[in-house]
Design a protein around this ligand. Structure first.
Ligand SMILES: CC(C)(COP(=O)(O)OP(=O)(O)OC[C@H]1O[C@@H](n2cnc3c(N)ncnc32)[C@H](O)[C@@H]1OP(=O)(O)O)[C@@H](O)C(=O)NCCC(=O)NCCS
Length: 174
């Protein structure tokens, strides 16, 4: 197995146009459709990094601050931020563009976690991520904290073992 791969090697850019079948009754993109696209673009990034079958383990909270309108062009960019043993955190950034109006807005940022598995669905080791750009280094550094938070919330880690979170919650303050 390759021991280390750059973050950039996993980058995926996917473009979709919001069509009537993707919308709610207000003619805006359905949240579920966007989450489906996010899952697909992130899964491809995780596959590119690991060269394995991957399954979605978790999706961090996604909030919908502004609607994406019918006819907008939606671009989803994904990249693996950091890999652990069998799991990979994937960052997804979504932009929506009204091309005739020359308007483009960044609408969503989210983190999904994928696990590489063998043919029997058992977790399998993945290469490490080598971050290069400043953004990749920031995402890499924050990934440990985010992993601990999501594992604590999923009751897979004891809060006292989440050492990266201690300073955030002032757990060391007596
Ligand atoms: C994800 C899955 C493979 C984990 O299997 P498991 O038997 O719990 O395996 P482990 O306890 O060894 O965990 C494997 C990795 O998953 C990670 N993981 C498990 N649950 C997680 C969660 N809720 N959030 C983030 N990571 C998680 C673990 O931290 C571990 O990471 P690491 O190997 O990098 O340390 C298993 O739960 C599964 O197959 N889930 C269904 C996946 C699926 O069908 N997704 C589509 C949803 S419809």
């Amino acid at each position: 197995m390759t021991k280390q791969k750059t973050a950039k090697e996993s980058m995926v850019i996917m473009t979709e146009m919001v069509l009537p079948n993707d919308t709610n009754t207000l003619n805006n993109l359905m949240g579920g459709r966007l989450m489906h696209w996010m899952d697909v673009v992130a899964a491809i990034a995780a596959q590119k990094h690991s060269n394995r079958i991957v399954v979605t383990a978790s999706a961090d909270s996604i909030s919908f601050k502004q609607p994406i309108n019918l006819g907008n062009v939606v671009t989803l960019r994904s990249q693996v931020t950091r890999a652990f043993n069998s799991s990979m955190e994937v960052f997804i950034e979504v932009t929506a563009e009204d091309i005739p109006a020359r308007k483009k807005i960044m609408t969503h940022r989210a983190f999904f976690t994928f696990v590489a598995v063998d043919q029997n669905g058992r977790p399998i080791e993945v290469p490490e991520v080598l971050p290069e750009s400043d953004e990749e280094k920031d995402l890499f550094d924050g990934a440990l904290r985010r992993r601990q938070l999501r594992l604590v919330l999923a009751k897979r880690m004891k809060p006292e073992d989440a050492v990266e979170l201690r300073s955030i919650f002032n757990l060391d303050v007596k």
